[in-house]
Ligand binder design. Structure first.
Ligand code: MTE
Ligand code: MO
Length: 372
């Protein structure tokens, strides 16, 4: 993985995501970029199953059909002319953190930063749906990308469905702009779906077709991939709402900190479904207690959990910055832990909740540091 950011001669910072696979291109957000409240486009993680299809806003048309009374298609210019909506949204790949799981599930070996928060602008899908007049028999809406390839020996396009109520939610957007710029090719240009609060597999890129269906959709990315299988703690089923999670952005792993100096431990926390973060707690675990780590995660004993100070997020689907001022008293090796809790009382588990495909990995965040 490459070091980043790359400093340019001008003094400006050019970010580069850290490549996980070159073809198709998959890359994660460099950890330094996670310190930014809005992740720069050039640093934002990329998840592609088949590679980046060639698209042009001039030739692009979106077809709306299936179980609708008035099928139609729309150009990019006409879509951009419709009343829009802007939202800051955390996008997280369902496989983010998979490489922490033991035994290691199959799938892309994501570290902990297949995640980012961006400012998205687009048109609520419901505005187009009302024009197309969805028939009462419709149960789901299928969103199709321009990309396709072979999955499990069969040709498949990247297609995903949403229950009607989710598709028609005013915050479900056909996005044209990310951080104030037209969408970049790798992020789905010219138009992608963004479904705030759901794992980003819902956010179909290079969108070209939308159809209302009268039976639940069973495409490979709906019914075979992106499904919790043999999960511990939750019943098997599709990957939907993002699970409560936090990240530590400082100090960096392996930092040497000085005894009696104040260190600001900080990071970000987010949950799914627009549920606000209510609490982030931080704990400094002395590694001399090594043998008892599991039990110590309960917060008993000398190393208690301390409440971090929360920033206000830039919107209901943005992440929440947090910080905790820590003054270590004794030299040694420590594990700093962060645990977020949302307004529904959901909190991060002490261990990664294992499942066969490695989705929804959200254990307590941990960073090891040395006090000298
Ligand atoms: N058309 C299409 N859309 C797609 C994908 C894809 O491979 N093809 N990958 C999905 C997955 S699994 C994720 S995590 C997000 C990643 O969005 P990003 O690359 O903009 O970060 O796009 C989703 N949308
Ligand atoms: Mo993903």
């Amino acid at each position: 993985m490459t070091a980043s950011p790359i400093a340019r001669g001008s003094g400006a910072t050019a970010w580069a995501p850290e490549t996980v696979t070159a073809d198709p291109y998959n890359a994660q957000t460099p950890s330094a970029a996670l310190a930014e409240p809005v992740t720069p486009v050039g640093a934002f993680f990329v998840r592609d199953h088949f590679g980046i299809p060639r698209t042009s806003p001039r030739r692009w048309r979106l077809r709306l059909g299936g179980a609708v009374a008035a099928p139609f298609d729309i150009s990019y210019v006409d879509l951009c002319a419709m009343p829009g909506r802007e939202l800051d949204v955390v996008l997280e790949c369902a496989g983010n953190g998979r490489s922490l799981m033991r035994p290691r599930p199959e799938g892309l070996p994501w570290g902990e930063s297949a995640v980012g928060c961006a400012h998205f602008a687009g048109v609520p899908f419901r505005s187009l749906a009302s024009q197309a007049r969805i028939e009462p028999a419709a149960v789901e809406i299928v969103f199709a990308g321009a990309d396709s390839g072979t999955v499990h020996g069969r040709r498949a396009a990247f297609e995903r469905s949403l229950p009607l109520a989710v598709a028609l939610h005013p915050d479900t957007l056909l996005v044209t702009h990310m951080n104030g710029e037209p969408l970049a090719p790798e992020h789905g240009a010219p138009v992608r779906l963004v479904v705030p609060g759901r794992y980003a597999v819902a956010d179909v890129k290079w969108l070209v077709e939308v159809r209302a269906v009268t039976e639940p959709f069973a495409g490979v990315f709906q019914a075979e991939e992106y499904v919790y299988v043999a999960s511990r703690g939750t019943p098997d089923g599709p990957v939907t709402t993002v699970r409560i999670k936090s990240l530590i952005t400082a100090p960096e792993p392996g930092s040497a900190l000085r005894r009696s100096d104040e260190t600001v431990v900080c990071g970000r926390a987010w949950s799914g479904g627009g549920v606000p973060i209510r609490r982030v707690e931080v704990r400094a675990e002395d590694q001399r207690d090594d043998g008892h780590q599991g039990e110590h995660l309960t917060g008993e004993g000398d190393a208690a959990w301390h409440d971090a100070v929360l920033e206000s997020p830039s919107g209901p689907y943005a992440w929440t910055g947090w910080s905790y001022a820590w003054t270590p008293q004794r030299p040694g090796r420590y594990r700093l832990l962060a645990r977020a809790t949302d307004a529904h009382g959901d909190t991060q588990p002490s261990r990664a909740p294992w499942n066969a495909h490695g989705y929804g990995c959200n254990p307590v965040a941990a960073v090891e540091v040395a006090i000298v």
